[in-house]
Design a protein around this ligand. Structure first.
Ligand code: HEM
Length: 410
């Protein structure tokens, strides 16, 4: 939940963006202070080397667009320090590659996610969203996360990859376990067990597509060549996991935050129902306000500086997207949810550059389809119990959100 109570300079000594983030929701009070007083802030880390916390919009953009200075591969893109073996595995994902390798791998799947390709999927995405709301509309209540938000994202990415329909619910469970390791989802070692299950599934699918190609992303992956070589099993597994997790957790949680934003701001839902021409700006505002990924990390490849603060080669630099998205130098009244906001140069999909979110067009289509059904059919939505948040300093997650509503026009 948004907190705007002002903190003072003395509070800089108590900034904690690791434990704090999941305990109370997005720490906007700390982000406001950091942007104002310490925009390039040295953050200590129990059991880790510490990192620079970056909270200004301009800095997130500059770092994202300078991958030679700020590497995704050196230390990978997650905050914790990794041992060399884990790093080697993480570097099999496009997220954790630098050029020239990054472009070669990204190009294997990039043509499956262009706005033109996604436009062709829109009818299908819209129809799925209608069915999701059909299933709950008669009840007057639902558990929003599982009954609504989880459905369209997993169905779409599984269909694009070529996964059979009956596997969809299991894929939601598995990605939850992989992302929720701080939250003990599924118990001890659940993350590792889930990853093993996903890899095994990927191996089976790869074998099936080699024998019998289809028009899906898995077929593109098994046929792809980088420098004359086919992808090996490890590379296929990491691609598959990256797409499943990135295509699922992010959009689902964005939908959860969009629902919360409309519950807190019912006037904005009225405004959107009255003027559907506001949908494009509304979707961008849901993205800005809900920022469902907290951060990605870079590692300085050379000695450099940010805002005059020296950064040494090897230092970790963490970009806080939710902080940049509330930067008062860029957004007027940044803590306000305003579905007509224009311009809206949010960094929810990253600050631009070569790692800019591959699924941005897909995510926008899914958000528009699902929230269109929610806003136009579920009137007067109210929380019917406590909202449970995911304990994660990476995904801005909601795991449980019971709501009531009054069906509109039925
Ligand atoms: C609201 C939903 C989403 C959010 C907030 C989001 C956020 C992001 C961000 C911040 C990055 C930049 C990573 C970096 O700079 O290191 C990224 C990259 C990526 N996203 Fe998304 N994403 C979303 C939806 C999706 C979807 C639906 C897919 C579909 C598969 C997807 C696939 C990817 C991939 C593959 C990358 C890595 C791109 C690269 O490294 O070249 N994302 N995403």
């Amino acid at each position: 939940m948004t907190t705007t109570s002002p903190l003072g300079t003395a509070d800089l000594a108590h900034i904690d963006l690791l434990a704090y983030t999941w305990a109370r929701g997005v720490p906007h009070d700390q982000f406001d202070l950091l942007r104002r007083e310490s925009p390039v802030h040295w953050h200590t880390e129990d059991g880790g080397s510490g990192f620079w916390a970056i909270t200004k919009h301009a800095d997130v953009k500059r770092i994202s667009r300078d991958p030679r200075t700020f590497s995704s591969a050196l230390g990978a893109t997650f905050i914790p320090d990794q041992d060399e073996e884990t790093l080697m595995m993480l570097r099999l994902s496009v997220l954790n590659m630098d050029d020239p390798q990054h472009t070669r791998y990204r190009n294997i799947v990039a043509k499956g996610f262009t706005p033109r390709v996604i436009n062709k999927l829109i009818e299908d995405i819209d129809a799925r969203a209608v069915r999701v709301v059909d299933d709950v509309i008669g009840r007057g209540e639902c558990e929003f996360v599982n009954d609504i938000a989880s459905k369209v994202p997993i169905q779409t990415i599984c269909t694009m990859l070529g996964l059979d329909d009956e596997l969809w619910p299991r894929m939601v469970e598995l990605t939850n376990m992989m992302i929720g390791s701080l939250d003990d989802i599924g118990g001890e070692n659940a993350g590792q067990m889930a990853a093993m299950e996903v890899y095994a599934l990927c191996d089976q699918m790869a074998a099936a597509r080699r024998a019998e190609p289809r028009d899906d992303i898995m077929t593109a992956l098994v046929n792809a060549e980088v420098d004359g070589q086919r992808l090996d099993d490890g590379e296929l597994n990491m691609f598959f996991v990256t797409l499943i997790v990135a295509g699922n957790e992010t959009t689902r949680n964005l939908l959860n935050h969009a629902m919360l934003a409309f519950i807190d701001n019912p006037g904005e839902a009225d405004r959107l129902r009255a003027d559907p021409s506001l949908w494009p700006t509304a979707v961008d505002e849901m993205l800005r306000y809900g920022t469902s990924i907290h951060n990605f990390r870079r590692t300085a490849a050379i000695d450099t500086e940010i805002r005059g603060t020296p950064i040494k080669a090897g230092d970790k630099v963490v970009m806080y997207y939710a902080a940049a998205n509330r930067d008062e130098e860029v957004f007027v009244d940044p803590h306000r949810f305003d579905i007509g906001r224009k311009p809206n140069d949010h960094v929810t999909f990253g600050g631009g550059g070569v790692h800019f979110c591959l699924g941005a067009s897909l995510a926008k289509a899914q958000i528009r389809a699902t929230m269109n059904e929610v806003v136009n059919r579920l009137g007067n939505p109210q929380l019917a119990g406590p909202v449970r948040r995911l304990k994660s300093d990476f995904v801005n997650g909601v795991t449980h959100m019971p709501i009531t509503f009054e069906p509109i026009g039925s």
